[in-house]
Structure formats: C-alpha cells, structure tokens
Design a protein around this ligand. Structure first.
Ligand code: 9MR
Length: 343
C-alpha cells in the first residue's frame, strides 16, 4: 500500500482511499485479535478439507467405545482398517473370504461421508499360514486371486488402496520375501495390474516405511515408480508411512514428497505416529503436516490410530489424543498447520 510509482503525487482521492483501506485493515486486525479462529476450522478433517485434503485415522475394533467413536466421528474425514483388510483377516483359508471387519468399517464410513483407504492387498507380513508355504505359479495365482476378490469386493468404495506394502529393504534392495523369492522382480507390477482390473476407480498406491527423506530406500522406490509411469503400469500414489520419533531427521522430508509428486503420482502420509510428548513431538507432527500441505499432490494424512492407549506403540504415546481422548500439544500443531495451508 505504501509503494507507488516514483515521481507521482498521491491524489486526495487516493489518500482517502488509503485511509479507508488502512482503517479496514485495522478493523480486521481487531477482529482477528479477539477471534483468532474466525475462519479456522476446529477439527482435523475440517481443517484439511479447506485445502482439499483428508485427515484420517487407522481404526481398530473399538467402535463400540463412546469416546473412541465420538472422537473418530468428529475429527477424522477418512478411515483405514488397522488390520481387518489384511490377507490373514480376509482369506484365512484358500478361497474362503471373510469381509466382516472391513465391511463394518466401510459401512460406518459411508454413512458418515468419510473416505476409506484400503490396507493392504499384498504384504510379506500377516499372510495366512497357507500362503507362506506356496511356491511358484501356485503362489502367483493365489496372489492374483486374492487381489481380484478383495479389491473386487470393495470396488467403487475405496479411495486409495495400498496394493503392495513394504517390498524394499533399507539399502534399496528388494526384500527377500516369499513373493520376491518365488515370483521374481515382476510381482509388484503384476499386483498393480491385477488391482487395476479389479477396481479401476481406486487410486493404487505403493506404501512403505523408512522413506522419510531422500535415502537409499526412497531412491529405489522412486526408480520403480518412475519406471512404472514410463511403461504405463497403473500406479497412482505412494504412501509414506512415517512412523517417527521426536528426533527424526526431516530435513529432506518435503523434498522427497515433492520428487515423487513430480512423477505425476499423488503422495499420502499413511501411518503417521511420532513417539514422545510435548513440544518435541508436536514439532515433528507440525513439520510433517507442513510438508504435506506444501506439496500440491499430497492429498491426505492418516495417523496410525485414534488414541495412545490403543496404539501399536502405546508406551511411546505417539498419537494426537491421549488415553483419555484429550487433545495433546501435537494436535494443536497439526490443526494450526492445516488451517494455515487453507488461509
Ligand atoms: O498396527 C498394526 C498392528 O496392530 C499389527 O499387530 C501389526 C502386525 O504386523 O501391524 C500393524 O500395522 C502395521 C501396518 O499394517 C504396516 N506398517 C507398519 C504398521 C505397524 O507395525
């Protein structure tokens, strides 16, 4: 407002306009002083929605608990089953499917207009015993059938599927799982193509941990995604689990998200939790949230649970609500970071 072209006098009309504008700014400032949240959302899901993002939580079977359910209803706009859609839960014996846990969660979410992430179609862990002993083409057919049946069952209801979970080692090599050893390098591509045929509308993600910056593991995944995009293998998103600690090095976190986004895929924070408490924990949550909202293709964040007391890392109190469902300092940091993205 104070800058103007050199040599030009400010006319009376301009001056009075400046005065009016300046008093308007003062009035707005006064309003902001007395009501700092005038335009800020007061829930995580609401704040994320202002910039077109979701904010979700992993859900375990505690929906009957009043505080659990009311916190989930109020704060989160997306859900993912912590365990109920994994291979051991959905196909406990060959060709015998059990969708009860997943169906319950999907119905819950749909009734309340929440997004649903699917987790996970193929993973080396939590495979039912019968899969672990399979070899060669029998394993390939079992994998394809599992993906076809599970993704087919939920087709049209899942926003993003973690098609393949945790297939790389920290040094960037392929994890030597039964899938890798029996099926060779092509199994990940095979899984994505099979998922695409079963649910053409879901975003198909590769999901992993230890990818919280530019490192050997994220480099290897980056090259895979680049190759898939170049060859038309259907991949739409990459999930960054982000199981973190209060002293995690996040110096290249945003840059890492951005380089994946630049390949044309969405990036999502899929299993966020941060061991610790107070300001140190809040600071890590803030940095992750700020990184996501700084990347246009980062379309959502999911925390890996609702309350510390049911977390897989309960002793590390890694979530946004304590065991009594009170908001922690980290909650305020995330909410503020989401709101500032919107303004
Ligand atoms: O939180 C999940 C826990 O309840 C299960 O016992 C465990 C089994 O391995 O899986 C946990 O969730 C994992 C997720 O599915 C994949 N990334 C790592 C998560 C934490 O272990």
């Amino acid at each position: 407002m104070t800058s103007r072209s050199p040599g030009k006098r400010t006319s009376r009309r301009t001056r009075s306009a400046i005065t009016v504008a300046a008093s308007g700014v003062l009035a707005a400032a006064a309003v902001l002083t007395f009501s700092p949240t005038a335009h800020a959302a007061d829930t995580l899901g609401g704040a994320a929605a202002q910039s077109g993002r979701y904010f979700g939580a992993a859900v375990a079977p505690h929906l009957g608990e009043t505080d659990y359910e009311s916190t989930l209803n109020r704060e989160f706009s997306s859900v993912v089953a912590e365990n109920a859609m994994k291979w051991d839960a959905t196909e406990p014996s060959p060709g015998q499917f059990n969708f009860s846990g997943g169906d319950e969660l999907v119905a819950y979410a749909k009734q309340r207009g929440k997004f649903v992430r699917g987790h996970t179609l193929v993973w080396h862990d939590q495979q039912p015993g019968w899969v672990q002993g399979l070899t060669g083409d029998t394993l390939r057919q079992a994998m394809r059938n599992h993906i076809t049946k599970v993704a087919g069952h939920y087709a049209g209801k899942i926003d993003s599927w973690d098609v393949v979970n945790e297939a790389f080692e920290g040094d960037g090599s392929r994890r030597q799982s039964n899938l890798q050893k029996q099926l060779g390098n092509g199994w990940i591509e095979d899984a994505f193509r099979t998922a695409k045929a079963a649910d053409p509308k879901a975003k198909l993600c590769y999901n992993d941990y230890g990818t919280d910056g530019i490192n050997a593991k994220s480099d290897a995944i980056y090259r895979m995604v680049q190759d898939f995009r170049a060859r038309g293998v259907p991949i739409d998103c990459v999930g960054f689990q982000s199981h973190l600690a209060s002293n995690s090095d996040l110096s290249t976190y945003r840059q890492n998200l951005q380089r994946f986004a630049d390949l044309g895929v969405h990036v999502q924070i899929t299993e966020l939790d941060v061991g610790g408490s107070g300001a140190a924990q809040a600071n890590v949550y803030r940095q992750v949230t700020q990184a996501c909202v700084a990347v246009a293709r980062c379309n959502g964040i999911t925390v890996w649970g609702v309350t510390d007391k049911y977390s897989w890392r309960a002793q590390e109190t890694p979530l946004l609500f304590n065991g009594a469902y009170q908001k922690k300092e980290a909650y305020g940091a995330v909410l503020a970071a989401l709101n500032s993205a919107a303004s």
